[in-house]
Design a protein around this ligand. Structure first.
Ligand SMILES: [Zn+2]
Length: 451
């Protein structure tokens, strides 16, 4: 298939912008010009005064606007837009019905279309690199391949395919391959990688969404040996492994197995902090934490009559949410690598709300705005192993940029309405107008997190 005309890049320059570098020190440079080449990379970034723009390059005057690195969302699912999940579907029977539909000849195109619209919403909201962690099938892998082939403009995708869980464990049957033992764990990892997955996800513990009993949400599900088999198989292909872990013991087991990113997290202790910093079984000798406050906090902070979650989900939330928040604070203070992921598709987590995760890290997690921006750009790039390609605005890196009105260091909310998104040199014009927002959901979140 030949490349669609939309994927040809015309070189251009963004001139006279305020540049927020995305470091943790709030570095801001006034009147800067970024030159973007036809190869989709940054050719030059320097003061406008000393930066002549080649005559065959388009020039965008960004006076009064801020340019910053595109956001990286390290944890998303694509199968839903974030509306509260019908409690009836949270039952085992309901989940089996949804899974049967999703995997049927009728359901597969629906899931593929949903995935595409979710990825586009992420892109238009400023996310230029996205990791999926639990897909129905290989719909995210297929999208990534189309984007990489130049058939579609989209974010850089790290796609997991289905996650790996124990039989009837977290994520099964909708978005998981089940692993009764070590051999199955290894085989399913290789299955995902042979389908092109470049991320692997484990359900190390139960989860809030599908737990049927009190305490199930964080209770360990997969053994260290099973997770070790998964990590070994993935690491042999250079693929990092993420684990859903919502209890201290679940985090410990996943780290011991060699998991590279702990998703959600729990209260940490000194041994665990040391294991994050020096993890001999992780691909790069360390592990990172990706708290997902956007998915956790609203379950407690929004009234149950509005959220529609079940009593069991609410009680399990009470157990895991406090732990997640404490773990995020501890990780920040201990200097661990803390990344940004939203868990998009979960109840109240839209595909366009990455800015809300940054906002919650500041309002509830003790982060400064600069630290939150840093986590969502350079730190996330390092965690995902793409730091040579993206995560900062520098010569030779991909032109993954977000242009906003105003300064996000002063008000993160300016990220909600991007002025321009650039994905590997492809400008997305009027991105804000292309986002289909869920107004009532946004209103609930706005009211709940007004301060
Ligand atoms: Zn998730």
């Amino acid at each position: 298939m030949s490349a669609a005309p939309s994927t040809i890049i015309e070189p251009f320059a963004i001139a006279h912008a305020t540049l927020v570098t995305g470091d943790a020190e709030s570095t801001t440079l006034d009147d800067m010009t970024v030159i973007i080449g036809a190869n989709g990379r940054i050719e030059q970034v320097s003061p406008s005064l000393s930066t002549p723009i080649p005559s065959d390059y388009h020039m965008l005057d960004a006076t009064g606007k801020t340019v910053m690195p595109g956001l990286i969302n390290a944890h998303a699912h694509l199968f839903s837009g974030g509306k509260p999940i019908n409690p009836k579907l949270a039952t085992p029977t309901g989940q089996r019905r949804v899974a049967a539909f999703a995997h049927s000849p009728l359901g597969r195109p629906y899931i593929a279309a949903k995935a595409r619209s979710s990825v586009m919403a992420q892109l238009c909201s400023g996310v230029t690199t996205l990791r999926t962690l639990g897909d129905v099938g290989y719909e995210a892998v297929a999208l990534r391949d189309r984007i990489d082939a130049g058939e579609l403009v989209g974010p850089r995708l790290l796609a997991s395919g289905p996650l790996l869980a124990i039989p009837e464990g977290h994520g099964a049957p909708l978005i998981a391959l089940v692993c009764p033992d070590e051999d199955a764990a290894r085989a399913n990892t290789l299955e995902n990688i042979s389908h092109g997955a470049n991320a692997i996800k484990i359900a190390a513990t139960g989860g809030v969404t599908d737990a049927q009993e009190l305490g199930e949400a964080g209770s360990p599900q997969m053994t260290v040996e099973q997770m070790r088999a998964i990590c070994d198989a993935a690491h042999e292909s250079g693929v990092i492994v993420a684990a859903h872990a919502q209890s201290t013991e679940g985090v410990r087991r996943a780290l011991l197995a060699g998991v590279d990113t702990i998703e959600h997290g729990a209260v940490l202790n000194d041994d665990l902090i040391e294991l994050f910093l020096n993890n001999p079984n992780a691909l790069r000798g360390w592990s990172a934490l990706i708290p997902t406050l956007s998915a956790a906090l609203p379950l407690l902070d929004v009234d149950q009559s509005v959220s529609g979650i079940t009593d069991i989900q609410l009680e399990n939330s009470r157990i895991v949410v406090a732990g997640m928040l404490e773990g995020a604070r501890q990780a920040r203070e201990a200097g661990l690598r803390v990344g940004v992921g939203t868990d998009a598709a979960m109840t109240f987590v839209t595909q366009y709300g990455t800015w809300r995760e940054l906002d919650l890290l500041v309002k509830r997690g003790g982060f400064t705005a600069a630290e939150a921006l840093h986590a969502a750009t350079a730190v996330n790039a390092e965690i995902l192993g793409v730091e040579d390609v993206t995560g900062s605005i520098s010569t030779g890196r991909a032109a993954d940029l977000l242009v906003v009105n105003g300064n996000p260091l002063e008000d993160l909310r300016v990220l909600e309405h991007p002025n321009l998104v650039v994905a590997a040199g492809h400008p997305i014009w009027r991105p804000d107008a292309k986002i289909k927002r869920i107004a009532d959901l946004d209103e609930i979140l706005d009211q709940t997190y007004a301060s």
